[in-house]
Write a protein that binds this ligand. Structure first.
Ligand SMILES: [Zn+2]
Length: 322
């Protein structure tokens, strides 16, 4: 018997077949573009076809499938299985669970990708065995999933974990969310791109800009990491700033939750060797509670974290039998 899992992201959609004990069959994760901006039906059909691809590839009978676990960007109504608002996909009040149930005739469980990240890390990742775990993704944006006492903490309206929109500067940059100085405006992948583009326009001289060769599209987190590894002092300084910013944010997280462990994932976190020291230094010197080195780790599941989380979600949903 198997579980089907799907991770519908802003840019990519991934599907996999999982055994009952959480192994990805053939270590095969199928990934395709999400058809973002094509509208509700196109994105849904694209997602459904990605699941069908897995079924066909492994020639799975639906009788052998126990359920489908799905992760997508929030905000969601996890109880009704509805995506309240996903502007990137032009989804508004989209009944994802109902549609998947109708098409595949199997139980479906849905949660947001950050929550599933936290669940995956707490159930079978680096935070396995701990009760209180926060997962933070530093990617296109910044978000968090919170597991308290072994369960996902959703909040009153399924909206807990909006770490990226905690303000770190009262009169800082205007954020599309309505607030000012939001964390993700300073340390996300999008922020890195913006800072690099602005500095390039100002004529700042640094190796990272030479490496881009005047092509603005090349200015991103990946290039920044390359430049930093080649010793570019501008890039190293920018990473230090990011580390400090994340350290501020984590100070709030620790002061608020006193978690056993914080697991950091997402594209930007892959370059943690350039910002980890600064992050830890800021956190330790500012947090009111004692934080030890082992409490901050970087996800090893990386791009598969939502896949694993969706597996745990549907498995426990089916086993509970509700
Ligand atoms: Zn914001």
């Amino acid at each position: 018997m198997y579980y089907l899992v799907i991770d519908i992201g802003g840019t990519k959609t991934s599907t996999a077949l999982m055994t009952q004990d959480g192994v990805i069959v053939d270590d095969y994760v199928y990934t395709r573009d999400s058809k973002t901006y094509c509208g509700e039906d196109a994105v849904y059909e694209n997602s459904r076809d990605a699941i069908v691809h897995i079924i066909d590839r492994f020639n799975v009978s639906m009788d052998d499938v126990l359920g489908i676990g799905a992760g997508c960007p929030g905000p969601l109504d996890t109880k009704r299985g509805v995506i309240i608002h996903a502007p990137l996909m032009r989804w508004k009040n989209f009944p994802l669970t109902e549609r998947l149930k109708k098409d595949f005739n199997k139980p479906v469980a849905l949660d947001n990708d950050c929550n599933l990240g936290a669940l995956a890390e707490q159930r079978s990742g680096l935070a396995k065995g701990f009760k209180d775990v926060i997962y933070i993704t530093v990617s296109t944006g910044v978000g968090a999933g919170i597991v308290i006492n072994g369960e996902i903490y959703h909040g009153k309206s399924d909206s807990a974990g909006e770490l990226g929109h905690i303000s770190i500067e009262e009169n800082g940059k205007q954020c599309p969310c309505g607030n000012r100085g939001c964390l993700e405006l300073y340390c996300s992948g999008t922020a890195i791109k913006q800072i690099l583009t602005e500095d390039a326009k100002k004529g700042v001289k640094a190796l990272v800009f030479d490496m881009a060769g005047g092509d603005e599209n090349k200015l991103d987190g990946k290039l920044l990491a390359e430049a930093a590894s080649r010793g570019d002092s501008y890039s190293i300084k920018l990473y230090n700033r990011i580390g400090r910013t994340l350290g501020f944010a984590l100070t709030n997280v620790f002061n608020m939750f006193d978690p056993d462990m914080v697991v950091i994932g997402g594209g930007v976190s892959k370059s943690h060797r350039f910002f980890h020291d600064e992050l830890l230094h800021t956190l330790k010197s500012r947090s009111i509670i004692h934080v030890s080195d082992e409490q901050i780790v970087y996800s090893e599941m990386c791009d598969r974290v939502v896949i694993y989380g969706a597996y745990h979600l549907i498995k426990e949903f089916v086993e509970k039998g509700d």
